[in-house]
Design a protein around this ligand. Sequence first.
Ligand code: SF4
Ligand code: SF4
Length: 341
Amino acid sequence: MLRVQGYEPCGCLTEVGNALTLPCRAGLRVRGDEVYRLIYDIVLSRPEDYLSIYQSSCNHNCLKCHSWYFAQIARGYWYSPEELVKEVLKYRERVTVWESRERATMWHASDLCAHCGMCILTGSKGPYCPGKLTLDKVMWSPQGYGPARNIVSFTGGDLYCQPVFYVKVFKLIKREAPDMWVHIETNGYGLTPRNLETLYEAGLDSIWLDMKAYYEETYRYLCGTTNKWVLELPAMIHDMGVVLEVVLLYIPGLVEVDQLEKFAELLAGVDKDVPVMLLAFFPEFKLLYLRSPTLDEMVAGYAVLKKRLNKVRVGNVGVFCKTTDCINRLIELIGREAVAL
Ligand code: SF4
Ligand code: SF4
């Protein structure tokens, strides 16, 4: 699909049994007139507070993949578009917070709830609670406490380079549950102009773009592909009218302040109000030899982004703050609004 549009195919592979195969062969299946996607799990996820559909098989082989056990290895159940829409309709019955389309992001979840569960467990608000939700809006899910927002997110393994399945499922969601926002979490590799437009026309509302690294050589080392057209995506997504949020990762020794500064320049040239989440790396999969960033490094990363951008938050706080004192210090340095808990 990418090659026929003049783009370099990913060249990545997914494990199926004892063999390696193309990610689209491992994660998509056509039977008769129907196309199926391999799905690992479907959960009301925290801290995103939306329905996450965790997909197996990915067009990247990221060394740091935190979902490697289902993104790099084919694992799960085959779902048709109709079967997935049934799950969305079931979830819709449990929605407690109805968001506007501009807020159909992971970024906006943290101004509603800090996911401590204190209101349910003790009857009083936790120390970092934003104080925005009444008790009836908060519920338990296997990933913790928080609200259930009217967003369905396709996450985990990324195969947006093959839009056929997504076109069917997005159109069905828009027909059966038009008040649910359709969100994808993506590395952007499959989002050529033609694919992006196709997905938008089918009903895609918002994109969580994980940009990973600015320098091409770092990106290729980390993920196995070029990032040439990924860098063009923020402008394209923004101009198309799809809601955009960007996720960046601080990886000591690999993606540090110099690359974050480049991202800040790039995004400020598109829109200074693009919501940006700076996450802290933690050792996983094939990057076990690298450490997590420190509090000071995360604050420096935040500062360089904030110089040019208005909406920056820091997440994965538990990775670099192991005590309440550390969280309080972070809040003192960058403000409560900028801390996603
Ligand atoms: S894009 Fe995401 S799911 Fe795919 S390999 Fe990279 S980190 Fe894993
Ligand atoms: S609304 Fe969220 S942050 Fe506030 S007390 Fe309840 S669970 Fe904690």
